[in-house]
Design a protein around this ligand. Sequence first.
Ligand SMILES: *Cc1c(COP(=O)(O)O)cnc(C)c1O
Length: 370
Amino acid sequence: MSVFEELGLRRYLNAEDTYTSNGASCMPPEVYRAMEEISSAWVDLEDMQRKVGQALAQCTRNEAAYVTAGAASALTLCAAAAITQGDREAFLSLPDASRCPRDEVMVLAPQRNAYMRSIAASGAKLRWAGEPGTPLSLQVLEAAFTPRTAAVCYFVFHGASLCPSLEDVLLAARSRNVPVFVDAAAQLPPAENLWRFTEMGAALALFSGGKGLAGPQDSGLAVGEKLWVQRLQELGAPHEGLCRGSKVTRETLAGLYAAVKLFLSVPETQRLASLLEKCQLAQASMERCGFTDIRLLRKGPAGQDSPRVLGRPAGIGAQALRQALREDGLLVGYDAEENVLSFHPQMLTLAQTQEACRMLEYRILRGEET
Ligand SMILES: *Cc1c(COP(=O)(O)O)cnc(C)c1O
C-alpha cells in the first residue's frame, strides 16, 4: 500500500506556485539520492555545514554561504546576528533584547508581509519606514534610521512599486554603516539572483531551498559576506539558543547542495524554453476548453522569472472551476482582480503538465457532454 493510501492523503498536481502549504516543489531524484547517501553514516554536523557553505559560496559566486531551516528561519537568524553584533551573551538572552544597544531592524512599510514576524521573533523591534500601501520616498526612509538601527531587511517582491530601489536603500544604509539583508525567498529563476543582490552590496541574500531551487522544503540559503555568514554559523543550530529549534540535518544540507548544483547546471535559456513549452500546453488546453482572455505572463505569482498562463473559463466562474479542479487533484491559481485562472508550471515536469492539462480538459469537456 502506498503512503498516500495508508494515510488517506489526496495527491495533487501543483500548477499554482511554490507555496509552502501546497508542498512547494518536488525534489528531483538527484536531490533525494544525495539525502539518502548522506543518511547512511554520521558526520560532524558543524564541519559539514562549513564545507557545504564553502562549496555553495563557490558555485553561487559569493564570498560565503550558510544553510538555514528555510528563508523564514534565515530572517530570524539574520536579525539576531544584527542586533547582537557578535556578542554571545547578548545572543543567549534573546528574544530578550535588553542587552542589545542596537535592537531595531528597519523594514519598509509598503513591503509589509507575514514573514516580517520572523524578524521580530528574534527579539528585534521592527522599525517601520513609511506607511503601508503608500509610496515610500527615499527621504522618509533616510529619516527612519536611528542610532538603534542594526540592519535593514528589504523584500524584493512585496510592495516593489511603492518603494525606493534596492540600490538606493543600499546607498542610504551603507552611509550609516548598516547592513542590508535581502529576502529573495521566491526569486528564482533567474539563477543570477543568487549573486546579483550581494554583488550590488547586500550583506546577505536569503533564498528558500524548497521553492525555485526544488531542494528540501525545510531548507534555506543565505549567501553573502564572510563576516555575516560567520555570525550565522556561530549562532545557528546546532548551537544552543534562539535558533536551536531551527535545526538543519545532514540530509537537508546534502539535499540543498545537490539542488543548487542541479539548478545551476541548467542554462537559463534552456530553463525558460522548457517552462514556455509547458505554458504552450496549458494555453492549448485552455483554448480547447473555450477559455477567453488567454494570455502568457512572464512572471510567476511571486515575481520570479517563470512564465504562466492566465485565462477565464466560459460557462463556469473561475473561482468555482478552481475549487472543482482542487477536488479533482489539480491546484491552479486564481487572480481575483482579473477574475482569471492562473496555470503556473514551474513546479511540474513535462509529463505532469500533460497530466494537469488532461485533468483540466476532462473537467470542462465532460461537463459539456452531460
Ligand atoms: C516563502 C517565503 C519566505 C519563507 O521561506 P521558507 O523557506 O518557507 O521559510 C520568506 N519570505 C518570502 C518573501 C517568501 O516568499
